[in-house]
Design a protein around this ligand. Structure first.
Ligand code: NDP
Length: 291
């Protein structure tokens, strides 16, 4: 029987660390770090996420502002709003909540965000820095996965890590971060052949697919570490991950639950990125940032 990797508890500890760093920034600069979240439309799940992010900011001593724009907002108007936030000196982080309405090309919006304020880590400059293994702002969910591995003191170097899902926001950056830490990384996706056998070879398995409980217990290597990024509703409308949790727990050494695993880490890492962005923009010495 494996252990539950309690993301909620680990995220609380990270949030406390971030709050101390935010207070340090406020003392030095005479203003708190600032995050602006832009929500287009009224998608109920997105509204909840945005509200949670604003609340988390407040608790960490970060100034969080939410801009809610109508679903009919044009791409041009959204980009103009982003440009305006780029110009505001007290704004350290800009986040455009996904999904955006279908008439807006998300990539063009990400391209418009000042890379120094790109707390989601989706700007091509930050993606490129991650690819090259250089310092930049890293997407929050994969960064949260790395922090979970660290909190559980899991050695990454030399391990076989399988990442299922290759999106720009989770799968690809997760694979890059694991590679940076010297894992041997396999990226899997919808065209991958014999996925169960591939997963069974993983010492570290990251599931970022978006299919309820697709990964079964008999896909998992005994003693593996399983990080479940997926957030799905099953047939009974219950929130579940991409991994069959109870089955996985029978086989793996560690499994993250859904909810309460990777999700809370994503928000904590967003706060971390906001303080990091504020610190760097202010030209404060990186060595004095206690994150
Ligand atoms: P995307 O839909 O962008 O990507 C899904 C990936 O899964 C694709 O690469 C796709 O492959 C792959 N895939 C789909 N079906 C299969 C299959 N049958 N076998 C193997 N691979 C498959 O999703 P995201 O990366 O944005 O999100 C993934 C999940 O994580 C979702 O449930 C989302 O809600 C959740 N999420 C959770 C976060 C958190 O904070 N916990 C944050 C962000 C996302 P292909 O490329 O070939 O189509």
């Amino acid at each position: 029987m494996g252990q539950i990797l309690d993301g909620k508890r680990i995220a609380e500890s990270l949030r406390a660390t971030v709050a101390r760093a935010a207070a340090d920034f406020t003392d030095r600069m005479g203003r708190p770090p600032g995050l602006e979240v832009v929500l287009v439309g009224e998608d109920p799940a997105s509204s909840v996420y945005v509200r949670n992010k604003a609340r988390a900011c407040e608790a960490a001593g970060i100034r969080g502002v939410v801009h809610t724009l109508p679903a009919s907002t044009s791409e041009q108007a959204l980009i103009a709003r982003v440009h305006a936030l780029n110009e505001q000196p007290n704004v350290d982080g800009i986040l455009v909540q996904l999904p955006v309405p279908a008439h807006i090309e998300a990539d063009r919006v990400f391209d418009a965000v000042d890379a120094a304020k790109d707390v989601d880590g989706f700007h091509p400059l930050n993606a490129g820095l991650l690819f090259e293994g250089r310092a930049g702002l890293v997407p929050c969910t994969p960064w949260g996965c790395m922090r979970l591995l660290d909190a559980a003191q899991i050695e990454v170097a030399g391990k076989h890590a399988v990442v299922v899902g290759r999106s720009n926001i989770v799968g690809k950056p997760a694979a890059m971060l694991l590679l940076q830490r010297s894992a041997t990384v396999t990226m899997a996706h919808s065209k991958t052949r014999n996925l169960p056998a591939l997963c069974r070879d993983a010492d570290i398995l990251i599931a970022a697919v978006g299919r309820p409980e697709m990964i079964r217990g008999d896909w998992i290597k005994p003693g593996a570490v399983v990080l479940d990024v997926g957030i799905n509703r099953n047939d009974e409308s219950k929130l579940v991950g991409d991994v069959a949790f109870a089955e996985a727990l029978e086989v793996a050494a560690f499994v993250t639950p859904v909810p309460g695993g990777v999700g809370p880490m994503t928000i904590a890492c967003l706060l971390e990125n906001t303080v990091r962005a504020a610190w760097m923009r202010a030209g404060l010495p990186p060595s004095e940032l206690k994150l």
